[in-house]
Design a binder for this molecule. Structure first.
Ligand SMILES: Nc1nc2c(ncn2[C@@H]2O[C@H](COP(=O)(O)OP(=O)(O)OP(=O)(O)O)[C@@H](O)[C@H]2O)c(=O)[nH]1
Ligand SMILES: [Mg+2]
Length: 298
């Protein structure tokens, strides 16, 4: 089924082309990823376009991720030589650190401009990342104005747009971009349940089912509490994952007339629960411990 999904619609090809054209007009890149999936929400195809531009990685939606895991990721990225900063753009958290790190990253550019008499030259940054990771929200927060259109679905920003902040930064908003096939099925699940993929293009019931299984594995206590399921290893635990999915749906009242379980309604409800953090603060992947003799990003 997954191979038939078009994860990479045409407007994303256009966005990559725009990035390639515009990269020469910026001093640095701010890449937003989703703090709940700090690896699988990074588009591997951006590297060839952004090359060795100064880059800041923002772990956005940190309010939905487990705090200790976010700290682990920040340290892990630091070890890889990547500056990563957590933020909650919706609630304007992490902005000062982003501004400061941007100034530090571009210190030489600012100094050169200063030496040529351009005092207070703004930093120009292109904001890139996967759809729905909060690029436009972050830009509005940094500018303290609603300049960019935002929305609770992927694919809101369709073209590039400049936004000027308080004179210290000029930010270029970009459409969110995925890549063909998205890697492993686990990556596809992570990206779909966190909201980077348009729900219309996938079978959401199958992703909700896989998502519930993943959460039961990673956060059994929180997940079973939300859906009134018995914990693994306790009496009443349902071993069969499909039976468990149906029971969760039933426990949340998703029942059709005649007693049949409304899997579709439960899928929407589950995905909405996860997206809004109602099941708990959750991080779906952890940094790999480096194996001896290994460096760089996985
Ligand atoms: N909880 C939480 N929600 C956020 C955060 N940042 C953005 N959002 C929400 O995430 C959704 C997507 O935000 P956008 O700023 O439109 O995302 P985008 O990356 O510009 O998306 P595209 O333009 O589609 O690529 C919106 O509903 C925002 O309110 C955050 O830090 N925490
Ligand atoms: Mg946007």
């Amino acid at each position: 089924m997954a191979s038939e999904i078009n994860w990479f619609p045409g407007h994303m090809t256009k966005a990559l082309r725009t990035m390639t054209e515009q990269i020469k007009n910026v001093d640095m890149v701010i890449e937003t990823c989703d703090a709940r999936i700090p690896i699988s929400s990074r588009n591997p195809e951006l590297n060839s376009i952004l090359q060795n531009r100064r880059r800041l990685l923002v772990l956005n939606k940190a309010d939905l991720a487990e705090d200790s895991a976010t700290e682990e990721w920040i340290s892990w990225y630091r070890e890889q030589g990547i500056i990563a900063i957590p933020s909650d753009a919706s609630h304007r958290k992490g902005l000062d650190r982003i501004r400061l790190a941007s100034r530090e990253l571009c210190a030489d550019v600012l100094k050169r401009a200063h030496d040529r008499g351009r005092i207070g030259r703004p930093i120009r940054a292109m904001v890139v990342g996967i759809p729905n990771s909060g690029k436009s929200t972050l830009i509005n927060a940094l500018c303290n104005r609603k300049i960019a259109v935002t929305g609770d679905r992927p694919g809101v920003t369709r073209g590039f747009q400049w936004a000027k902040s308080d004179s210290s930064m000029e930010l270029m908003d970009m459409p969110g971009v995925l890549w063909p096939n998205l890697g492993s099925r686990r990556n596809q699940i992570c990206l779909t349940i966190t909201g980077a993929v348009k729900p219309e293009i996938v079978d959401m019931t199958s992703f909700a089912y896989d998502g519930l299984n993943l959460l039961m594995k990673l956060y059994p206590k929180e997940t079973s509490a939300r859906y009134l399921l018995a914990l693994p290893g306790t009496p009443g635990y349902v071993e069969d994952s499909y039976e468990r999915f149906l029971l969760a749906a039933k426990n949340r009242g998703c029942i059709l007339s005649g007693g049949r379980i409304d899997e579709e309604r439960f899928s929407v409800l589950f995905l909405d629960d996860f997206k809004s953090g109602r099941i708990g603060k959750m991080t779906l992947e952890r940094p790999e411990k480096p194996r001896l003799g290994q460096g760089g990003e996985s």
